[in-house]
Design a protein around this ligand. Structure first.
Ligand SMILES: Nc1ncnc2c1ncn2[C@@H]1O[C@H](COP(=O)(O)OP(=O)(O)OP(=O)(O)O)[C@@H](O)[C@H]1O
Length: 267
């Protein structure tokens, strides 16, 4: 647990390609995969969605995963987030080897250490925004850190909307509620699957700006699947997948540099 406790205390340093200096040991990744494969179906119908993925996600960084349709982005995210189990290989999240966990330990890992943001918001329609935000903590019997809750709600501009039900909120507001729900428990890592896929450009910028700020100001670790170069440009690093493998990565992406890279992959 000592690693976990230090999550938000780590300096906001840019990791380097080379090993760190004499005194600093490299920080362990917040999540990593080794030799990850995922095969759907069998025999002639088998689909190798992941064909041997090795990847590390650095603590306190915002990583985007991109690649052509069917390249395995969602499958990788689901395996990393312990929502799906790989066919072979290992996933370590916040120092825990996910493959060693039974069902209840997996549930606790997802609940206590992982935040999720989905394209379709996935809010509970009968609950207010306030109740949706604290639902995972309430289910876990964890106390809500009111100061942190109010900080998150304030940054997201949700204060006046807290009593509203999801169907009384715009898509952008619903996704901001989902982002607050993901962050309020201070998870080790947030996995976001196409979080702006259903949003207009203004709402997208609000959600992405919040995710960026949560990394810069609060040391959050974020992994986001996206199709949009303009969304990937918010990240520190982009990992490119093709045919179930990591084929490239880019640091300090811009929408233009990502678009150029995507064009070469589609060709
Ligand atoms: N439950 C499933 N059963 C069978 N095949 C699947 C299943 N889920 C995904 N696949 C296949 O695995 C491959 C990778 O799918 P995945 O959804 O991970 O790709 P993706 O890169 O996220 O695609 P997209 O950008 O279109 O969402 C695809 O060929 C897909 O058809």
């Amino acid at each position: 647990m000592s690693e976990t406790a230090q999550t938000t205390d780590l300096p906001a340093q840019q990791p380097e390609d080379q090993p760190h200096g004499r005194h600093a040991a490299p920080a362990p990744p917040v999540a990593s995969a080794r030799g990850l494969t995922k095969v759907y179906g069998s025999g002639e119908a088998a689909v190798h969605a992941l064909a041997g993925v090795d990847v590390d996600f650095v603590r306190g960084e915002f990583t985007a995963i991109m690649g052509p349709s069917g390249s395995g982005k969602s499958t990788l995210m689901h395996c990393m987030a312990a929502l799906d189990s790989p066919t072979s290989g290992t996933v370590v999240v916040d120092g825990v080897d996910v493959s060693t966990l039974g069902d209840s330990a997996l549930t606790r890992l997802r609940r206590d250490r992982i935040g999720f943001v989905f394209q379709s918001f996935n809010l509970v329609p009968t609950l207010s925004a306030a109740e949706n935000i604290t639902l995972p903590l309430d289910i876990a019997g964890r106390k809500v850190d009111r100061e942190w809750h109010d900080t998150v709600v304030g940054i997201l501009g949700l204060g006046p909307r807290l009593s509203h039900k999801p169907n009384e909120l715009s898509g952008g507001q619903q996704q901001r509620v989902a982002a607050a729900r993901a962050l309020v428990g201070r998870p080790a890592i947030v996995f976001a699957d196409e979080p702006t896929g259903n949003l207009d450009s203004r709402s997208s910028a609000e959600v992405l700006g919040f995710l960026r700020r949560s990394v810069d100001d609060f040391g959050q670790s974020i992994v986001m699947v996206t199709h949009e170069p303009s969304a990937a440009a918010y990240a520190d690093r982009v990992v490119f997948l093709a045919d179930g493998r990591v084929v490239d990565e880019m640091r300090s992406p811009t929408a233009e540099s990502v678009l150029d890279r995507m064009k070469t992959m589609d060709a």
